[in-house]
Design a protein around this ligand. Sequence first.
Ligand code: PMP
Length: 423
Amino acid sequence: MTEYPVWDSLLPPSAHGRDSHRIVRVSGNRAVFADGVDAIDGTSGLWNVNLGYGNEAIAAAITGAVRDASYMSLFRRTHDYAIEAAAALIEAAGPARYSRVLFSTSGSSANDAMMKLARHHALLRGDTHRKVIVGLEGSYHGQTYGSFTLSGDDLSQHLYGVDTSLIRHVKHDDPAAMRALLTEIGDQVAAVVIEPVLGTGAHVVPAEMISTLLELRREHGFLLVCDEVAFGFGRSGSLFGSDRWAESPDLLVTSKGLTNGTCAASAILVGHSVFAEFAKADAMFVHGETQAGTPASCAAIVATLQQFDELHALESGARVAKLLEEGLKDLVDRVELAVEVTGAGCFRGLGLRAANGAELWPLHITKILSRIRDRGAVVQGGPSSIELIPPLTCTEDEVGELLRAVELGLADFTAERQAKRAR
Ligand code: PMP
């Protein structure tokens, strides 16, 4: 235990300063902790280091950009690093789908910009009453006030004076409820925002919900937004999960894997018809951030996209996804605590229940995460579940190591509980 001045805000102060929480080294697909545990990183950092740690080409691109141009702003200006990154993103996501890229600095801030953009777009079309944004129950969109308000997961919003009067939420697997809401207030809705796999619990939005939304968009004229901050950059099996939708979203929000975790960056890919409204009115969109689209972050985006090709990351990710799915299903068959596999691609959840079928408490999940880490794997906790979001570049051995640590950690937890009961 070492005292340090960083406020570990997501831990209670009584848990601050533990060596088991302090990462001292990362490389490849592994993280080493201050207490000496060397673990396979089953969360890819915070779901962003999709190509593993220490990618030399990305590091060289960032270093080169910083040497060449410490800083250039996008404040009523632009620069070639930003132009190149925007062009590369549009080329990768589909030039027929998107016409412009708006840079931001995090998933949260991009979602705030997205909410402003959707409402401004409605105003430009003369829809002065369209202000409501619809999200999904249980969704996560970020920590800034807009994205925090839109998040359908309980993040203790009630503590912070959040105004939800222009926000509605619908269950992720209830297309009938979405249809009913839009029949009622469709003319007031500026945007419907989908997180394709809910980060909390890794529940997949069913295909029927997506097709219903595409149909309802034609009927009611709202913008359909896909928040791919977590599920983009290869987690789904394609670069973006919405690549497989029959029609593209109007706005696609991306971050996390965008720079492989190296730079604070995010981007909104803007569909042709959305930008056309701003062009027609010759309206500026009042959104700018000092550190959005820096030369370093833009160079990192271009290099990350190149590395996806060079490392055949999507193919590698497909192998990891298959091993992960098979391995987790095997755990459900053999381990009493494990009851279901959720998620898709390289974004998976393992549902856990007590022997009597009851959900596990957050305190139990915290203990399980700790036991699994002690056995050599970092995984994340969900509601009565754990989540595995490993780098797409994991080898077969590394996936095996990850699954073994999960199994051993769960066994340690069960043994402890039984010993406690016997006492
Ligand atoms: N949207 C989704 C779907 C996310 O998973 C996250 C981060 N977990 C965010 C938005 C917020 O991104 P950031 O943490 O970069 O602000």
